[in-house]
Design a protein around this ligand. Structure first.
Ligand SMILES: [Ca+2]
Ligand SMILES: [Ca+2]
Ligand SMILES: [Ca+2]
Length: 271
């Protein structure tokens, strides 16, 4: 298994140009995908030869398996940053997964474009470089699906149904809006990368790190359980990067902190 992932945010900082996460609870309920969305058929998956997408520049952002994503609280920012300013044909590309769970991913758009759709029904990675190739082979790194044209003035949200392929409607659903997650914890980290893409990483296990009582799932908080990139276009990324006080401070903090994530050989399989 290849563990050359997420070599460290220190090196990655140069490519990180923005950070997004967590919405207010006021709009959260309206942004959750319905059961019908989760149970819909897998959209057409296009491979890299078909799309021309290159996942290689994104792989260094994938956190090593089982290692806590340090300083993740610094990534929390105003989720209105996920609002598109310009019309764009948006696509989602699978980067990697370090999960035993067969996770599912869906998105919702509210505002100028009102829609919700399944993106990936079985997030199980096949091939060299997969962090969590522990069953299933539905996706290769760099596979993509179209999200269609999203109009400027639309708010995007992404949700993970943890082990949804196996658990169905009984599965935990985690989103970018921390207040709406049942365990009350952050489950998504996000960045703007290469002036064109949002990069999002999900934690799929319920609860605090190592907590195992009740609904807790002995989480590792590695945020690599589903990693994907969203092509929202250069103009939209540029618009997201317009400095606001909170953004500027957070980015300053990110750079100054010099976050270093240690690389470590995996000693055991951790979801
Ligand atoms: Ca993991
Ligand atoms: Ca897996
Ligand atoms: Ca995890």
């Amino acid at each position: 298994m290849n563990n050359k992932f997420f070599a460290g945010l220190l090196a990655a900082t140069a490519a990180i140009t923005g950070v997004i996460s967590q919405a207010s609870s006021a709009t959260a309920a309206a942004l959750s995908p319905s059961d019908a969305v989760w149970d819909s058929v897998q959209p057409t998956v296009l491979n890299k030869a078909q799309t021309g997408f290159n996942d290689a520049p994104f792989q260094p952002f994938v956190q090593a398996e089982g290692i806590v994503l340090a300083k993740s609280k610094q990534f929390k920012l105003d989720p209105t940053k996920l609002k598109l300013k310009y019309d764009y044909n948006v696509s989602a590309f699978f980067i990697n997964e370090g999960a035993g769970y067969r996770n599912q991913l869906a998105f919702t758009s509210k505002g100028a474009t009102n829609t919700s759709a399944l993106l990936f029904k079985d997030i199980s990675c096949e091939g060299t470089g997969c962090v969590g190739g522990w069953g299933g082979n539905a996706l290769k790194m760099g596979d993509g699906v179209s999200m269609g044209q999203i109009l400027g003035g639309s708010q995007l949200d992404f949700s993970l149904r943890a082990d949804g392929l196996n658990r169905g409607a009984g599965a935990n659903v985690f989103g970018t809006q921390t207040a709406m997650n049942e365990d009350g914890l952050q489950h998504v980290v996000a960045y703007a990368v290469n002036n064109r893409y949002l990069l999002l990483g999900f934690e799929d296990l319920y609860g605090q790190k190592n907590a195992s009582d009740g609904k807790n799932e002995n989480s590792d908080r590695d945020f690599n359980d589903t990693v994907f990139a969203i092509d929202i276009g250069e103009d939209n990324i540029r618009a997201l990067k317009v400095p606001e006080p909170s953004v500027g401070l957070s980015l300053l903090g990110l750079g100054a902190a010099g976050i270093v994530l240690r690389r470590r050989r995996q000693s055991s399989i951790v979801k």
